[in-house]
Design a binder for this molecule. Structure first.
Ligand SMILES: Cc1ncc(COP(=O)(O)O)c(C=O)c1O
Length: 358
């Protein structure tokens, strides 16, 4: 099956140094990385190597003009020790959507999935086994041509690195609605997973955190009224019998957890509506007692229950009973750990024999 992916294995794994009961978030990386170069209009030399630094020319175009995109996904392990990926083709397709928006080349989707599978096979002992834990995978692409001038770069790197993440005990979160800055405008790059979107969110997010909130809730750029998303999550509101999530209007990231949650809710016969929803509607529902639940969805957080939303001088308190959010969270975790039936065939088992032992 290998598409000539050259593999150079590390001499001795560092996995013994990891305390699986106390994994520092985002700071530990596995033994290997996948790399592929784009030169002269072609992706060449796909390879897996021991994790290493990459020399960067100071004129590398990603540093100046921001052609940099990424993905985020998780590998889990079933009770037999087989690694599994959650809907990897969706991430491959979204990476190419982002690449297209940012004037970058497509990365072959089958090579994306195969690179992930080989990397996970080599680094499978790094996948934390507890339900809710996972190996976080970070595929990314950036312009590494050294050139000063505004045009699409002609050379890029596509890389996948992996970082184990501990169980995410999601505590209900507090959101701060931003009314000065925006994350994305119609026609902008909000629907792409472009590094610059995150850069623009950092200052408002730091300010919200300093005020005691967990994340920023973003409103639309035109009216500052329509709800977009929050942090690295898409949003769901249960108002009466209806579960509403903002429709994908081009400024919202199309979350893979979001689409999976919609399917799970349909399985349970809930009415899910993808439509524009304003912060005023949520305040009104809170005032008249029909706002029953609010939760965020994303690869990093899973399902995060929302207990409070601040908008100007108004504080919306959401009930701490979250039967729908909890059902969705338990179902997703159960499917990811292989403990619940995967009837949509979301999990891709990674069964490659590279003779990897510790
Ligand atoms: C801005 C933003 N919105 C939503 C999401 C949720 O997307 P997904 O469910 O694919 O992780 C993410 C995380 O990737 C994100 O960065």
């Amino acid at each position: 099956m290998s598409q000539n992916i050259n593999i150079t294995k590390i001499e001795k794994s560092k996995v013994d140094e990891l305390d699986f009961d106390n994994i520092p978030l985002g700071k530990t990386f596995t033994d290997h990385m996948f790399i592929c170069d784009y030169e002269h209009g072609k992706w060449i030399h796909p390879r897996i190597e021991p994790l290493h630094n990459i020399p960067t020319h100071p004129a590398a175009m990603a540093l100046h003009y921001g052609q940099a995109i990424f993905e985020g996904m998780k590998a889990t392990i079933d009770s037999d020790g087989t690694p599994m990926l959650f809907r990897p083709k969706k991430n491959a397709a979204r990476l190419n959507f982002s690449a297209n928006r940012m004037g970058m080349p497509d990365f072959p989707e089958d090579l994306f999935v195969e690179g992930l599978k080989l990397l996970i096979t080599l680094d499978k002992y790094w996948i934390p086994p507890q339900e809710g834990s996972a190996l976080y995978l970070r595929p990314f692409m950036y312009a590494n041509e050294h050139f000063i001038g505004m045009r699409a770069a002609t050379s890029y790197k596509f890389i996948i690195i992996a970082s184990p993440s501990g169980p995410y005990f999601s505590k209900p979160i507090k959101l701060f609605t931003e009314t000065k800055y925006i994350r994305a405008a119609a026609g902008g790059t909000g629907e792409a997973k472009a590094a610059g979107n995150y850069a623009a969110a950092i200052k408002p997010t730091e300010t919200a955190k300093a005020k005691g909130y967990d994340q920023v809730l973003w409103l639309d750029a035109h009216d500052f009224n329509y709800i977009q998303e929050a942090g690295t999550m898409n949003l769901f509101f249960k108002i009466g019998r209806e579960i509403i999530t903002p429709s994908l209007d081009g400024s919202i990231l199309s979350g893979i957890t979001r689409m999976s949650v919609i399917e799970l809710l349909h399985d349970k016969c809930y009415k899910v509506t993808e439509r524009p929803i304003t912060i005023e509607e949520v305040i009104e529902a809170s005032n008249n007692g029909t706002l029953e639940e609010a939760f965020g969805t994303g690869t990093a957080v899973g399902i995060a229950m929302i207990k409070e939303i601040r908008f100007k001088d108004t504080t919306i308190h959401v009930s701490d009973e979250n039967p729908v959010g909890q059902m969705v969270s338990d179902t997703l975790n159960g499917i990811r750990s292989g403990n619940l039936e995967d009837k949509h065939h979301w999990m891709n088992k990674v069964e490659i024999d590279l003779g990897v032992t510790l």
